[in-house]
Write a protein that binds this ligand. Structure first.
Ligand SMILES: NC(=O)c1ccc[n+]([C@@H]2O[C@H](COP(=O)([O-])OP(=O)(O)OC[C@H]3O[C@@H](n4cnc5c(N)ncnc54)[C@H](OP(=O)(O)O)[C@@H]3O)[C@@H](O)[C@H]2O)c1
Length: 353
């Protein structure tokens, strides 16, 4: 496993991070633990979680996994989003719905649509303090490596009470560093030297290259964690089918195979080539873990990918010349990120988790 130094915590961690958003929702505790152990055996040491993930169960599952290897894994949890209040009947039906989705993958989209979504809560010093205590209890630990504000508004992350509460948590040793996990505007503000945020976590894809904007502004010592790699897989496959010059450029770079595999390989490569830090993936399927590890082993440079990225962005711009018009808002090109939906793409080859 390739490692990277995260200066904020003074540790070398795995370049691939395990995203825990679907532990407790798409899979239950037993499968979740199996999946975590598989990732750990493959050398993954960075685990990204939130109180809102997995309908509120992800932290407990991760806590059970990490209990006996706490000093060999790095845990980032968050504050600011709550799990949905799932009706009791729906909770009882969850194991049944997982079996149904495994048998009939077409149900996946429907299951994800009816599942209540996590919601944002306004940040306050009290919320931060209580949320961290509850996370530590569920994670069975007395510290997390990183505590991130989860989708904060820009005005929240600069507020004196919020900043002081975070500083107290770091001073008490309950978090080794604090971070922003939100949109580009929050990430940009989080880079301010006067603020305590040492890491920034954002979505980053060829169609939404947030990291390029952030890295231009970042001072030394900031680390970046990215996610959202496969959110645009369907969009990319559509472009490859419509514009033969792009697959042919990818062939020239050595990409081979089925068009979906080429698209997935390119997206993983783009993620690694554009972020020398940690890239998070959802990898409940073993073949996704294997595939992403294999790409990490040997990916092209960002410069080698440049001509393809430019062609893709031009294509996206031509298809949607006015990205903010009401018309284009009705038909977004990129499926919006929904953290524990896990239904943006059909895993290929399809298999049971
Ligand atoms: N605000 C935030 O900070 C924020 C927001 C979103 C996500 N996150 C974090 O990032 C993690 C990852 O989320 P994401 O949105 O970036 O998910 P992702 O890794 O893009 O995965 C999305 C889907 O792609 C599949 N996949 C994984 N590897 C693949 C491959 N090589 N080829 C084809 N499909 C593949 C996954 O399948 P399987 O899982 O079924 O294997 C999953 O269904 C989350 O779990 C969460 O920890 C943070």
């Amino acid at each position: 496993m390739k490692l990277v130094l995260v200066e904020a915590i003074g540790a070398q961690v795995s370049r691939i991070g395990f995203g825990c958003a679907s532990l407790g929702s798409r899979v239950g505790t037993r499968k979740g633990l199996e999946t975590l152990e598989r990732a750990y055996d493959a050398g993954i040491s960075w685990y990204d979680v939130s109180p809102s993930y997995g309908d509120g169960m992800a932290e407990s599952i991760l806590g059970e996994f990490a209990a006996r290897k706490r000093n060999r894994v790095y845990v980032c949890t968050k504050v600011g989003m709550r799990p949905p209040a799932t009706p009791a009947a729906m909770r009882l039906l969850k194991p049944l719905s997982r079996v149904a989705v495994a048998a009939l993958p077409a149900l996946k989209r429907y299951a994800s649509r009816v599942r209540p979504a996590p919601y944002k809560v306004p940040l306050s010093a009290e919320l931060i303090t209580t949320s961290v205590e509850e996370s530590l209890r569920r994670l069975r630990t007395d510290y997390v490596d990183v505590l991130a504000l989860h989708r904060p508004a820009v005005e929240e992350l600069v507020r004196e009470d919020v900043v002081r509460a975070l500083e107290r948590i770091v001073q008490a040793g309950k978090a080794r560093a604090v971070s922003i996990a939100g949109d580009l505007a929050a990430g940009m503000k989080g880079l301010d030297k006067s603020l305590p945020y040492r890491l920034v976590q954002v979505a980053n894809t060829p169609f939404e290259p947030n990291l390029e904007t952030l890295r231009e502004r970042a001072s030394p010592g900031k680390s970046f964690v990215t996610y959202g790699t496969f959110a645009c897989l369907a969009q990319l496959v559509a472009q490859l089918n419509e514009r033969p010059e792009i697959p042919s450029a990818l062939h020239g770079l050595g990409y081979r195979g089925h068009i979906t595999d080429i698209a997935a390989a390119f997206l993983a490569d783009y993620a690694f080539a554009s972020n020398p830090g940690v890239t998070l993936f959802s990898m409940l399927h073993r073949e996704h873990l294997d595939f992403n590890l294999q790409r990490l082993g040997n990916y092209p440079t960002r410069e080698q990918l440049d001509s393809v990225v430019t062609a893709l962005l031009e294509g996206a711009r031509r298809a949607d010349p006015m990205p903010n018009s009401p018309l284009s808002r009705k038909k977004p090109d990129v499926v919006p990120l929904r953290e524990n939906s896990g239904e943006r793409i059909k895993p290929r080859p399809s298999s049971r988790i």
